[in-house]
Design a protein around this ligand. Structure first.
Ligand SMILES: [Zn+2]
Length: 184
């Protein structure tokens, strides 16, 4: 079933029903809203809300020109570049080869907006969590954590690569020269 409603800006945004994956009884109501960032980037917020339980999920999709499938390679060779914005859709694979880190997409993967620094903090959390589960010291894990810390402080040069077969992911670099894009 599809119904339509209008948002504040008068744009006609449809909303659809889905079954709730949590309670299995409710219906997820999808609402869409266009949001504009202060710097002019626009994105679409899709919010799923169950009408029976507490389940909600947000997804965001850029609506400007950056939606094409491709490979985005950001060369992070100075601290300033850590402020570059990262938009990863649920189909985007994000990797930092020098840190041996890769974030795979999956059904549960949310779109997220952060900057390079935010990605490093997420990776640090994930590796620290993994380290806690180890019964003994692991030199390789320690080395990766050390390098993530150096990267956060701008003392470790690396490349951040997002490969998105479907499109939706993109990077807004602080410095245009630091980004290479290969559209598929
Ligand atoms: Zn529910």
């Amino acid at each position: 079933m599809v119904k339509n409603k209008k948002d504040d800006s008068g744009e006609d945004l449809g909303f659809n029903w889905f079954d709730c994956p949590v309670c299995k009884k409710g219906r997820l109501i999808l609402s869409k809203h266009i949001h504009e960032l202060p710097d002019g980037d626009k994105y679409l917020i899709m919010k799923f809300e169950c009408n029976k339980c507490e389940f909600t999920k947000n997804d965001l999709i850029p609506v400007e020109t950056h939606i094409k499938p491709g490979k985005f390679i950001l060369n992070v060779n100075e601290k300033e570049i850590l402020k570059s914005k990262i938009f990863r859709s649920s189909s985007g694979v994000l990797e930092i080869p020098e840190l041996e880190m890769e974030i795979e997409p999956g059904p549960a993967a949310d779109f997220y907006i952060t900057n390079v620094e935010g990605v490093l903090f997420r990776m640090k959390d994930a590796v620290s969590f993994f380290k806690k589960g180890l019964s003994e010291e692991n030199q390789k894990v320690n080395k990766i954590l050390e390098n993530i810390d150096r990267a956060i402080n701008g003392e470790f040069k690396f490349t951040l690569i997002i490969t998105d077969e479907l499109g939706g992911s993109y990077i807004v670099p602080v410095n245009e020269k630091s980004l290479k894009i290969e559209y598929f």
